[in-house]
Write a protein that binds this ligand. Structure first.
Ligand SMILES: [Zn+2]
Length: 234
C-alpha cells in the first residue's frame, strides 16, 4: 500500500488545478454581472437625458408662449396708442410698448439659446442610446464566450474532483476530518510543501524531529499555521 504522506503532493496539485478551473467557471458570470451593472448605469444616464430634454422643451415652449403673449400685448397697445386722447397718455403707452419690445428681444435670445440646448439634449440621448447598444452587444459576446467554455471547464472540474476523491481515499482516517476542515477553509492552501526545512505557507522552521517524522512518511500539521505539510520528493 502506498505511503499516505506520499499522496499529499498530488492531492495538493489536484486542489490547485481544481481551484483554477473553478475560478474560471466563476469568473464568467462575475464578468457578465459587472457588465450588467455598467449597462444599468448607462440606462439611468439615458433616463436622466430624457428627463432633462423634457425640461428643456418645457422651458423653450414657455418662453415662446410668453413671446406670443407679449406680441399680442404690443398690438393691443399700438391700437390704444392710435386712440390716445392726450400727449401724456401717448407717452405712457409709447414707453410701455418700448419696454415690451425690449423684453421680447431678450426673450428671443433666450428662445434661441433654449432651442440650442434642446438640440444638444437630443444629441446626448442619441449618444446614450448608442452606448447602451454597444454595452448590450458586449454582454451578449461575453455570454457566448462563457457558454462556449462552460461545458469543457465543468467536465475538467469533474475529472479533477474524481481524481482527488481517489487520492483522498488513501489518507488515514486519523487525519481526514482535520484535512476536510482545512480544505473547506483554505482550499488548495490547506496543504503546504516543505522547502529548506520551512513550511512554505508561513515560513516557520521545522524542528529536527519534525523533519525526521516527515522523512519517515508521517503526516504533520504545521505548528504555526496549521496546514498539512509534505515533502515534495516524498
Ligand atoms: Zn505553516
Amino acid at each position: 500500500m502506498e505511503n499516505p504522506a506520499g499522496l499529499l503532493p498530488e492531492i495538493h496539485k489536484l486542489h490547485t488545478k481544481l481551484e483554477t478551473v473553478r475560478e474560471k467557471l466563476d469568473s464568467g458570470p462575475r464578468k457578465i454581472a459587472a457588465q450588467q451593472r455598467i449597462l444599468e448605469k448607462k440606462q439611468e444616464e439615458l433616463d436622466g437625458c430624457k428627463e432633462k430634454l423634457l425640461e428643456l422643451r418645457k422651458s423653450a415652449d414657455g418662453k415662446s408662449l410668453q413671446l406670443k403673449t407679449n406680441e399680442a400685448k404690443i398690438l393691443d397697445l399700438r391700437a390704444k396708442l392710435n386712440a390716445a386722447s392726450s400727449n401724456k397718455e401717448y407717452d405712457i403707452i409709447s414707453s410701455q410698448i418700448e419696454a415690451d419690445q425690449m423684453a421680447n428681444s431678450v426673450l428671443e435670445d433666450e428662445i434661441l439659446d433654449a432651442l440650442d440646448k434642446v438640440d444638444q439634449g437630443k444629441q446626448d440621448i442619441s449618444a446614450a442610446e448608442t452606448a447602451i447598444a454597444g454595452q448590450k452587444s458586449q454582454i451578449e459576446e461575453t455570454q457566448r464566450e462563457v457558454d462556449a467554455s462552460r461545458q469543457g471547464l465543468e467536465s475538467e472540474a469533474a475529472e479533477l474532483e474524481s481524481a482527488l476523491a481517489e487520492k483522498e481515499a488513501g489518507l488515514p482516517s486519523a487525519v481526514i476530518d482535520q484535512y476536510r476542515r482545512l480544505v473547506s477553509a483554505h482550499g488548495a492552501g490547506a496543504l503546504a510543501s516543505v522547502e529548506n526545512d520551512a513550511c512554505t505557507a508561513c515560513y516557520a522552521i521545522l524542528a529536527p524531529q519534525e523533519r525526521v517524522a516527515l522523512n519517515v512518511g508521517k503526516i504533520l500539521f504545521c505548528r504555526s499555521c496549521g496546514r498539512i505539510m509534505y515533502l515534495e520528493d516524498a
